[in-house]
Design a protein. Structure first.
Length: 385
């Protein structure tokens, strides 16, 4: 089997408004999200099997699409989609982390391989390794339901609205809530304390300022939360990237677990963070990692060091959501729930959108990614590059 072509196009999807049960505007340290551009990628083969991938837009839809179709495609065409590791090593663009552009193509290759072998991707990765598998014996057969717990995500909101969303997350069966922060550290502390009070400590919290604090502010956040009796599941990327020694000092001065995210987007950084004693949790993402294969490499480093992992959320539609579900299920080391904002999309481009039940999403059990792209629906949301 050979890859014969790569086609990429961009779609734009609205995020449901807060007053309608969604998250828009999803306010962060950097801006506010009301709608999101995504790039969908289809990889075709000479045997008529196609696979799908998805990634975020970098700089512009046109730039991303051109890089994929004119840069990546000619390098991998003629090769087998089974060769995901060797294809990663074929790609080299000087001065650029090409892994991020390869990730969606690599995802599509896994989809093709699974379809050809008639196996879901998590089985190809080695089988179910995520905690939380439910297996029920029924006479001589086993009925196995594989689900992945997820973390509810929330933008920066006024205190009382934050309280209400914490109650909603708990009512809907989530165990973990991640909220953005970084514009005012004192208000960030007030919000977390108020949300913890609202749910009587029955939720765990992740606090993500997206590099929004100075080191001294991060120290004070950790101390203030501890003084209030609030201990986070983790504090995500509290200070600027590439400040690994400062992260290590912060980790020594706070009881709150430190979880770099943007710092893990460069592969060798994870090992360096570990060597510096600068993290308690690794928050990773398959796109900058170079796809599922890249995640597997990072997971091996983290697991060998005894570092738990969670997967980042980047407003993922159904294609990448499926890939994340398979990856965190089939790759050892993902012991913490991935973030998700899937419940806030206005629509999706797959025929059967995912449902979140009691804070968890069922992992597709059909071959490959286990989803079918509705190309007519995708065309409705298509935007010009």
């Amino acid at each position: 089997m050979e890859i014969t072509g790569v086609e990429a196009f961009a779609v734009n999807m609205n995020v449901v408004d807060l007053e309608d049960g969604g998250l828009s505007p999803y306010v962060t340290n950097h801006g506010a999200v009301e709608d999101v551009d995504r790039v969908l990628v289809r990889v075709d083969t000479d045997e008529g099997i196609s696979g799908w991938g998805e990634m975020r837009v970098f700089l512009s839809p046109k730039t991303t699409i051109t890089t994929l179709e004119d840069g990546v495609a000619p390098i991998i065409e003629g090769h087998s989609p089974f060769e995901v590791e060797s294809l990663r090593r074929l790609l080299f663009i000087e001065y650029t982390n090409v892994d991020m552009f390869f990730s969606a193509v690599e995802m599509a290759c896994w989809d093709i391989v699974g379809k050809d072998l008639e196996k879901p991707i998590y089985e190809l990765l080695g089988g179910w390794t995520a905690p939380g598998t439910t297996t029920r014996r029924m006479d001589t057969e086993y009925d196995q339901t594989n689900t992945v717990d997820t973390a509810y995500c929330l933008g920066i909101l006024p205190l009382e609205e934050s309280r209400a969303h914490a109650a909603t997350a708990l009512d809907e069966g989530f165990d973990v809530l991640k909220t953005k922060a970084g514009r005012n550290w004192k208000r960030d502390v007030e919000r977390i304390v108020a949300m913890d009070d609202e749910v009587d400590g029955r939720l765990e919290f992740r606090l993500d300022p997206n590099q929004g604090w100075r080191l001294d502010e991060a120290v004070r956040v950790g101390a203030a939360l501890a003084d209030a009796g609030v201990y986070l599941q983790y504090l995500e990327q509290p200070i600027q990237v590439d400040s690994h020694r400062s992260l290590a000092r912060l980790r020594q001065r706070t009881p709150q677990p430190i979880a770099p995210n943007e710092d893990t987007y460069i592969a060798h950084n994870l090992r360096e963070l570990i060597e510096h004693g600068a993290l308690d949790v690794a928050v990773v993402d398959m796109t900058p990692a170079g796809g599922i294969s890249g995640l597997r490499q990072l997971a091996a480093i983290a697991e060998d060091a005894g570092i738990p992992m969670a997967h980042h959320c980047a407003f993922d539609l159904g294609i990448r959501t499926a890939a994340i579900l398979h990856a965190v299920s089939g790759i050892p080391g993902f012991t913490l729930p991935p973030d998700t904002v899937y419940y806030a999309w206005e629509d999706d481009v797959i025929e059967e959108p995912f449902e979140i039940d009691n804070g968890a999403i069922a992992v597709p059990d059909e071959p490959g990614l286990g989803i079918t792209v509705d190309e007519d629906r995708a065309a409705e949301y298509r935007i010009d590059g």
